[in-house]
Design a protein around this ligand. Sequence first.
Ligand code: HPA
Ligand code: ZN
Length: 349
Amino acid sequence: MLSDTHRQPDIEIAELIDRLPKVELHVHLEGTLEPELAFRLAARNGVALPFASVEEMRAAYHFTDLQSFLDVYYAACSVLVAREDFRELTRAYLARAHADRVRHVEPFFDPQTHTDRGIPIEAVIAGILDGLADGQREYGITSGLILSFLRHLPAEAASATLDAAEPWLDRIVAVGLDSSEVGFPPEPFAAIFARARALGLRSVAHAGEEGDASLVARTLDSLRVSRIDHGVRAATDPALMRRLAESGITLTACPNSNVRLRVFSTMEQSTIRTLLEAGVAVTINSDDPAYFGGYIGDNYRAVAAALALTSGDLYRLAANAINGSFATAERKRELLDELEGVVAPGRGR
Ligand code: HPA
Ligand code: ZN
């Protein structure tokens, strides 16, 4: 564990974080695969994992950059085979999210990671939808599923994936773009994002994680997304921050991920405070919690401790997530009412 992700905020702030009704807008379902479940699924499906034990698997999670993580993350997905596996993965995440008071979630899944190894897309999507329905019934967690394309694969493959997902598009809220950022620019995906929009889908894309601020601007220009996933590098460009603030673009920051993947060498270097002060609608999320040492509550606590967040900051971060979600206006109102019962808007930053 890195010590800088485990500093604790003061007790009142920690209690407030526990009580905040949370909305999570940046979590990869494949990144919630805990080693215990990976081993159980490996045994059930007759798949070999390159680790002798759960402990050995967890101990191997030392990453030097985004790609070193993605190699491990894609390899571990080999244990996900049947519809029931995707349902269990989704249920396990929602149980953990419920413990952190997550009320609404918009998770990503990467269909190509599974279809490219011969898993039918139906098993992937139907299994995840089963799990999301379980979570709504058991915990009241509402959701909007995001189909994410892998940017290291050609745009034609993304287009074929959208075609294959056609029977389920009424239960998918948005398309996304993830995987290796540097060397895989957004522009080749402009046509498919336009097609997704024409089909009534919203859109989001990863940018400004390893790539610099110019990639955030290029992603907005070419893909016309309503949220940027990560986007934390935008803080180096005041004009871009003004553009983000004025256009109401939500950034889905993932603080523990950024430290684990060395986007920032310490949590104190996180740009979340700078973004808040510039009026950018930044939010706090977990990204790949099974790999980065914590779920959304841990991420809130780590940032609050490192950046001395106030109750006004916490209100703003939680409200940004509600307002930036694709939930209905009615659901947003419910969540804002619940939030305001816990913390007053205050002056914020
Ligand atoms: N960045 C890009 N792709 C990803 C990530 C990330 O942080 N996590 C899972 N896929
Ligand atoms: Zn991500």
